[in-house]
Design a protein around this ligand. Structure first.
Ligand code: GTP
Ligand code: SPV
Ligand code: MN
Length: 586
């Protein structure tokens, strides 16, 4: 008996009988365990060392070239009733899902070690936290889970105390894209993932548990599990506001969560709580509070440099795992826009040749513990989380969406979130740069029907008296020749300052059909070198273009059928009517 919890022991025994591993290892989460896994992976070739002088304790993993991103087309939700999964998910019946996965798992761990990873998503002592156990045959997954989550003995103790846990079963299998599935059984609190070693497909505590399963539970229990960063912004006067921002994959969460104030705003301080996932709970003072279920980052590498984000650049110079980056002649990791060094070998280990495409894979990733981040908030471990002043939605839009606007109300804010659209990125398998609807940045991650999800969001107005204000941002507006019009990164604090001042009822804005927009002068652009025309463009909206946007959004919302909340359609109609009025006047 490795655990005092019979349900856990018997599940592990059952899985072992089915997958037939060479041995079973129960993870404790200790440093020694981490180091011995690293040693073992260096021997097997799963990892290689990087330059030990400049990148101490950093390792490179080169994945199978066909296993570099999330696979949304192979990710399923298995509920009794297909409608409960909604058209936002691929669906299979639980019986079929189990049958398919059980056939794949049969004997799949022969010759491999089965690792049992008890983990706690959220601070170990927090009532908001939830535990799980991942079984995997991948030491790379164990090492990543160690950096990213609170895993090991303390989590096991909590699991034994509580008796319930999410069961995640994972095997890298043969990495055959034809035999690769990620299945969720929310009613059973279980996950089965086969055939991929990539982050979101394999680190089951992250997207599978903390978003898909957790969102399903959150709906039943009256909270929200969201694809959001959490950051604390401390003004020169010493007031701290916490905000939670939902941007789709590879659209700037990690960077915003670790923002470094520009010179003009150097007396602001920024504290990172989380860079990818937020669990939002109503508290007994009538506010929404957030905890980050994770304790590390699995972040996009390309684009990280001393100028865009020095903290992120420094954070990944020690005690990090790199996946699918290139290397220099000095064996340092290299990636596009690093602005330092030059690639000698590409992400597949071939001598670098531009004819083969980018040196680092566009979705190459770093894994680090959050404690590597110099701006990691002391409150990240606070059981009670932090109160949220504003929720910010956003996406990657070359055109149409202005730099920032504020929703008129909570209900309108839910429409704004539901209407978020963004250009696809390399974080998922598929074409890049195609605009798609990504409501609340949860398209790949909502564990139930989006129509029910919007109703759930709307319901908070009845139960939480002091809800955050809702905003929408777009850092990615481009000129006709493809240049970003807004400098982004640290300069985004200028927009966040306006958001906070709106929360404090101090900043100016103009009311428009789409919400409150800042006038150009409401945003501090001192020393930014941005032209008046550009600011005018970024802080205005083309009524005709937004009307088209609203029409297409209306069709999208209606495509969810009877379940779409009438209130959401009403909000869409209100915006449309206001736009029509404005267009008639013009
Ligand atoms: P996931 O981990 O996939 O959920 O992504 P994320 O939302 O955390 O994205 P991240 O911050 O890693 O940024 C993704 C890419 O966008 C990187 O290449 C960044 O350099 C780039 N990026 C981030 N913020 C900005 C910005 O404000 N402006 C511009 N132009 N690019 C940005
Ligand atoms: C994302 O794709 O949104 C990520 C990376 O944060 S992964 O964990 O692989 O999903
Ligand atoms: Mn993400």
């Amino acid at each position: 008996m490795m655990t005092q919890l019979p349900a856990l022991q018997s599940w592990v025994d059952q899985v072992a009988a089915h997958t037939r591993p060479l041995a079973i290892h129960w993870c404790t989460g200790s440093e020694e365990e981490y180091q011995s896994l690293i040693e073992q992976m260096l021997v097997s070739g799963t990892l290689t060392t990087l330059n030990e002088k400049t990148y101490p304790n950093c390792y490179l993993h080169r994945s199978d070239p066909d296993d570099v991103a999330r696979v949304e087309h192979l990710t399923f939700l298995c509920t009794q009733n297909e409608d409960d999964a909604g058209q936002n998910n691929n669906w299979m019946s639980p019986a079929d899902g189990h049958a398919k996965m059980d056939a794949l798992f049969d004997g799949c761990m022969e010759g491999r070690i089965l690792y049992v990873i008890p983990y706690c998503m959220g601070p170990i002592e927090s009532p908001y936290s939830r535990c799980g156990v991942e079984i995997t045959d991948s030491p790379y997954v164990v090492a990543n889970m160690k950096l990213m989550t609170r895993m090991g003995s303390a989590a096991l103790q909590r699991i034994e105390r509580e008796g319930t846990f999410v069961r995640g079963l994972h095997s890298t299998g043969e990495l055959d894209p034809e035999r690769r599935f990620i299945m969720h059984f929310p009613d059973e609190l279980s996950i089965k993932s086969y055939g991929s070693g990539y982050g979101g497909n394999a680190l089951l505590g992250k997207k599978c548990h903390a978003l898909r399963i957790a969102s399903y539970q959150a709906r039943e229990e009256g909270w929200l599990a969201e694809h959001m960063l959490i950051v604390g912004l401390e003004s020169p006067a010493g007031a701290i506001h916490y905000i939670a921002c939902a941007f789709p994959s590879a659209c700037g969460k990690t960077n915003l969560a670790m923002l470094i104030p520009p010179e003009e705003l150097h007396d602001w301080k920024v504290w990172t709580l989380g860079d990818d996932i937020a669990w939002l709970h109503p508290d007994d003072t009538g506010k929404l509070r957030a905890v980050n279920p994770e304790s590390g980052y699995f972040g996009v590498v390309p684009g990280t440099n001393r100028k865009t984000n020095k903290n992120a650049y420094d954070m990944i110079m020690h005690d990090a795992i790199f996946t699918n980056v290139a290397t220099t002649a000095d064996n340092e990791p290299w990636w596009e826009d690093k602005k330092d060094g030059a690639p000698a070998f590409d992400w597949q280990g071939r001598p670098y040749d531009p004819a083969n495409g980018p040196a680092a894979h566009p979705n190459s990733r770093f894994t680090v513990a959050a404690t590597n981040n110099p701006s990691y908030s002391k409150l990240a471990d606070a059981p009670e989380g932090v109160p949220i002043s504003a929720i910010v939605f956003g996406g990657r839009r070359k055109t149409v969406a202005p730099l920032v606007f504020e929703a008129k109300s909570w209900k309108h804010g839910v429409l704004v979130g539901a209407g978020t659209a963004s250009e696809t990125t390399a974080a998922m398998v598929g074409e890049v740069g195609v605009i798609r609807r990504d409501p609340m940045a949860m398209k790949p991650f909502c564990g139930y029907n989006f129509a029910d999800y919007w109703s759930h969001w709307l319901s908070f107005e009845d139960t939480v008296p002091h809800l955050p204000k809702i905003f929408h941002v777009n850092w990615f507006r481009q000129s006709e020749d493809g240049e970003f019009l807004w400098p982004g990164f640290g300069e985004n604090l200028r927009v966040l300052q306006w958001i906070i001042e709106r929360c404090e009822h101090r900043a100016g804005a103009g009311e428009t059909p789409i919400g409150f927009l800042p006038h150009p002068e409401d945003i501090d652009t001192i020393d930014l070198g941005i032209s008046a025309e550009t600011m005018e463009l970024l802080t205005s909206v083309d009524a005709q273009q937004w009307r088209d946007e609203m029409i297409s959004l209306g069709k999208y919302l209606e495509s969810y059928g009877d379940r779409t909340p009438a209130e959401l359609m009403r909000q869409q109609q209100l915006v449309l009517a206001a736009l029509d009025k404005e267009l008639a006047r013009a």
